[in-house]
Design a binder for this molecule. Structure first.
Ligand code: SF4
Length: 714
């Protein structure tokens, strides 16, 4: 039997063809008839079978007891959680309970939809999500420039002629903040039609191998490259905003802001020769269909917000915004912006200890541990985590572990006992991907083509199994005061599929918007019939209509960015270290890994160990370190020991460690992951180093010391 669905493991949402016998998976292939992915998959898709069959996966709720984990019924779990939660909220207030939503939540429409009412019912301001260790700067820039944090410009990769990629490795990530299954094929097609690919990164990544040019850049200095590119364009009068000019404000302020950051200034900061910077700017401006795209390396650094602002500004002033081949705006079948601005949703409250501001209702994850540890009114005493492993994925993971141990109550919705959930009092395991239906609410909004696909349930969950949304719904119900019979019934009838049905009906392709399309408009029923998905066409210009700023203008230089830029331009310069043991740390990702997930599947983890420290051979010589030798990497917050991997692919003065590893704690029941434990980069990253503008964790460019590990020292 064949089943068709979209893979929900990463942003690429590839179509899958799954052969099965009604109870187990026989094979997983790319769905050649999927109009978007056209048969592309990566090795992770096949591992969906492993997750479904994983003997380490929890299938019923468990409670921690002095003797170990004890299986309990769902009713016992919900009752006992409620009994423990109620006095905490009563005595210490709503903010004493925190929530952390991990990255998988956005890959699961049921969990995404039902997390919101749960947080609302808790009424807490201590909400943390994986956004602030990832793409928050993109959303921050979109909110202030365009009026909504989800109005995100996406490279129109299939029609552009010139792409400048900064701090991104889409060949490993399969595209990120750019849903583009088969990214390598798309990049090769760009080059075959005479286009150019330039990559700027402190590491010669997998993507560098298919680029026309690769330039090393000093980690954390990208903001100066972007300022200089804009400077050259203004100085040489190459700016051509075209039709955007009519509805763009603050062009003059932008021009003034970049004055003085010449290519020579940028060369001193970035290490990229001024002549190359000048040429890059001129080629970009002359292309006619160019796009600049920056990802993790730019977002997760101290100037992440400024970088994402300047990328948008570069695309805008060259007219490469909202036009074919530039940065464009998808029109998904379910519009998550709801037509309402998010402009006021920033800084409405601040974290208790460090005073970092909320954005879109969440505080930076970097403050989570201190909010649990620091005594006093407002301390976090209880935590709910949903599909997250912040011990491995947020900075200073060891401190967070310590903090989790101080909680009065911790509840985790998760299928695994992992580095984070092992600290929980209760673990509530949901069904997995193949046992749930899915529609991608988020990543269709970041896609390089408009498509829609509904994934039905493949294997009906057995008795006593609950989906994430059912767990959240039950937790919410118990927090909510008695409602009227009508309200209770309404809530009871709410399911992700019913909400999706409504979203499609009211969406841009739905019958509601154009009754003339009564027989052809997009409905859930019609979507279900098209098992391979529906192609809704290439991206189309959407501005100024889609802008959600109060005056319907695109702000190319919002004051909040100008103020922060002023601070970094007038602040003290970078300290130059003469210590040959000091290096700038960057992360990295591998196509067979997905943050900290998918590490308990043998088919993905086998082979040469990937958790190594990449060191340039010239640096290794100075350090007297050989390939494979254990080295100690240390920072203010901790130290780890890993094998060195000597490679010219890493820039001198920089070292790289992948994230998501470190499956070494006691009480873990992840047999495969433990066998490939590695060490966590976040036992080194400092929670005190954040992007001051957005609050995003600044993992990239933190300074670490390297030396041969004690046993290996001569
Ligand atoms: S690229 Fe992403 S969506 Fe596609 S198969 Fe791999 S993990 Fe799944």
């Amino acid at each position: 039997m064949k089943h068709y669905r979209a893979c929900n493991l990463c942003e690429a949402i590839c179509g899958l063809e799954i052969e099965h016998d009604g109870g187990s998976v026989l094979s997983i292939r790319g769905d050649k008839d999927d109009p978007f992915s056209q048969g592309h998959i990566c090795p992770k898709a096949v591992a969906l079978k492993d997750v479904y069959e994983d003997p380490d996966r929890l299938k019923s709720p468990v409670r921690k007891t002095p003797k170990g984990w004890e299986k309990i019924s769902w009713r016992q779990a919900f009752d006992q959680i409620n009994q423990k939660l109620a006095p905490i909220r009563r005595q210490h207030g709503r903010n004493s309970v925190a929530v952390y939503l991990g990255n998988p939540v956005v890959h699961n429409y049921g969990s995404l939809i039902f997390s919101r009412p749960f947080i609302r019912a808790l009424g807490t301001r201590n909400v943390f999500t994986a956004t602030s260790v990832d793409q928050l700067p993109h959303q921050f820039a979109a909110s202030f420039m365009l009026g909504h944090s989800l109005l995100l410009p996406i490279p129109d990769i299939d029609r552009c002629q010139h792409i400048l990629i900064m701090g991104a490795n889409p060949l490993a990530s399969n595209g990120s903040m750019m849903t583009a299954p088969g990214f390598e094929r798309r990049l090769r097609a760009l080059r075959e039609r005479g286009g150019k690919v330039i990559l700027v990164d402190p590491r010669k990544t997998e993507t560098a191998r298919v680029a026309d040019e690769h330039h090393f850049i000093a980690p954390g200095s990208d903001v100066f490259l972007l300022l200089a590119l804009l400077n050259v364009i203004f100085e040489k009068r190459l700016e051509r905003p075209g039709r955007l000019e009519k509805f763009t404000r603050n062009l003059g302020a932008l021009k003034a802001a970049v004055q003085g950051v010449t290519p020579a200034v940028a060369e001193a900061k970035t290490g990229i020769p001024a002549a190359i910077i000048e040429r890059m700017a001129c080629e970009f401006a002359a292309s006619g269909a160019a796009v600049c795209y920056g990802r993790m390396g730019l977002s997760t650094q101290a100037h992440g917000g400024l970088c994402q602002w300047l990328i948008n500004a570069l695309n805008i002033i060259t007219g490469n915004f909202d036009r074919s081949g530039g940065a464009m705006f998808p029109l998904p079948a379910v519009d998550l912006t709801g037509g309402k601005s998010t402009l006021g949703k920033a800084g409405r409250w601040k974290s208790r200890i460090r005073g970092l501001a909320e954005f879109d209702g969440a505080l930076p994850a970097a403050v989570m541990a201190e909010e649990m540890l620091a005594k006093g009114k407002g301390r976090i005493r209880a935590l709910f985590t949903n599909s997250g492993n912040p011990v491995l994925s947020t900075p200073n993971g060891k401190q967070l572990e310590k903090a989790l141990g101080k909680l009065d109550l911790m509840v985790s919705i998760d299928i695994y006992i992992n580095e984070t959930t092992r600290h929980a009092d209760f673990i509530l395991p949901p069904t997995t991907g193949l046992e749930t239906d899915h529609y991608d609410l988020v990543f269709n909004g970041l896609a390089v083509r408009n498509t829609a696909k509904y994934s039905p349930v493949l294997f009906k969950p057995g008795p006593g199994r609950l989906a994430d949304w059912q767990i959240l719904k039950e937790l919410t119900k118990r927090l909510t005061p008695k409602k009227s019979a009508f309200a209770s019934l309404k809530y009871k009838l709410k399911t992700p599929a019913r909400i999706l049905k409504l979203g499609l009906l009211l969406g841009p392709y739905g019958v509601w918007k154009s009754p003339a399309k009564f027989f052809t408009g997009l409905t859930l029923r019609r979507l279900k019939r098209r098992v391979h998905g529906i192609d809704l066409g290439p991206l189309q210009p959407r501005l100024p209509g889609a802008l959600l700023t109060p005056d319907k203008k695109l702000d190319v230089a919002p004051p909040v960015f100008l103020a922060r830029l002023g601070e970094i331009m007038t602040g003290p310069g970078d300290k130059v270290s003469a210590d040959i043991n000091e290096f700038a740390l960057i992360g990295r990702r591998h196509v067979r890994s997905n943050n900290s997930w998918m590490h308990n599947t043998q088919r993905l983890m086998k082979g040469k160990g990937r958790c190594t420290v990449m060191v340039n051979p010239a640096d290794a010589k100075n350090l007297r370190v050989s390939d494979g030798q254990s080295v100690e990497v240390s920072s203010r917050v901790g130290k780890i020991v890993l094998p060195a991997e000597l490679t010219d692919d890493i820039m001198p003065g920089v070292v790289s460690i992948p994230h998501g590893y470190g499956h070494t704690g006691k009480g873990l029941e992840l047999r495969v992951a433990k066998a490939h434990a590695g060490q966590s980069i976040n036992d080194l990253t400092d929670d005190q180093i954040v992007d001051k503008l957005t609050g995003n964790a600044a993992f990239s460019a933190q300074i670490v010391k390297i030396r041969p590990a004690p046993k290996a020292r001569k």
